[in-house]
Design a protein around this ligand. Structure first.
Ligand code: PEP
Length: 250
């Protein structure tokens, strides 16, 4: 079953007031591709201004705390993201799993907190280079999924998975189409086993050095239902050809 593709940008720690114009440009250009869902996950401090600048265009956060509220200095709850105008959030990005030592259990709790508030979630998984070189990429990512996947019985909000090999993020290196197909196929199987009736409809995004030059080839891979895009999402000039490639992939 071909799912509508989702192309989400992850701005990471990039973006100041001046960059709202780029968000407006991306939102305006995206309206020409109704066959693709497009979203931008921007720094938390920019969410409210971005959401006001582009009404109706999905703006998201890049992380969320698992607790509803409390003594968590510097953290942001799901309700705060919603209150600021976000409609989705990333959880479990490898940069947070690494730098903030986030465990699978913590990622799962974050996903459940966000979904429970009605935020859509893009849950990231992916292996390190040594793991791929040892031939253990698929079991490692499936184990990460097993630990991170949320309980789906309490919310209808959308869950998407982003397979992001850590060694491909920001490096210009990309797995081969057959490596992506193998991993996405394994993730699809896990999702259908875990969520009977829903697993076929959960979008599986590929992330890691997606560019205008490689997007069409990646979108043609079975079970690739979109992309999570870092560096190339910072400008409409780089991002929109990726959205166009997703539209072409139907
Ligand atoms: C990311 O960090 O989610 C990502 C995919 O980054 P890039 O596209 O820059 O590799």
């Amino acid at each position: 079953m071909a799912l509508k593709k989702l192309v989400a940008g992850n701005w990471k720690m990039h973006g100041l007031s001046n960059d709202l114009a780029e968000i407006e440009a991306i939102a305006a250009a995206s309206s020409e591709y109704p066959e693709v869902d497009v979203a931008l996950c921007v720094p938390a401090i920019l969410i409210e201004r971005a959401a006001r600048a582009v009404p109706g265009f999905p703006i998201g956060g890049q992380d969320v705390h698992h607790a509803e509220k409390g003594a968590h200095t510097g953290c942001i709850s799901a309700r705060m993201l919603l209150d600021a105008g976000a409609v989705l959030t990333i959880v479990g990005h490898s940069e947070r799993r690494d730098a903030q030592r986030e465990s699978d259990a913590e990622v799962r709790a974050k996903a459940e907190a966000a979904l429970g508030c009605g935020l859509s979630v893009i849950l990231c998984v992916g292996e390190m280079l040594e793991v791929r070189e040892q031939g253990a990429a698929v079991p490692t990512v499936l184990a990460q999924l097993d630990g991170s996947l949320p309980d789906r019985s309490t919310s209808d909000a959308e869950l998407a998975i982003a397979y992001e090999p850590v060694w491909a993020i920001g490096t210009g290196k990309v797995p081969t189409p057959s490596e992506i197909a193998e991993m996405h196929g394994a993730i699809r199987k896990r999702l259908t086993d875990r969520y009977p009736g829903e697993g076929e409809r959960i979008r599986i995004l590929y992330g890691g050095s997606v560019k205008p030059s490689n997007a069409a080839e990646i979108f043609a891979v079975p079970n690739v239902d979109g992309a999570l895009v870092g560096g190339a999402s910072l400008s409409a000039g780089d991002f929109m050809p990726i959205v166009a490639a997703a539209a072409g992939a139907g």
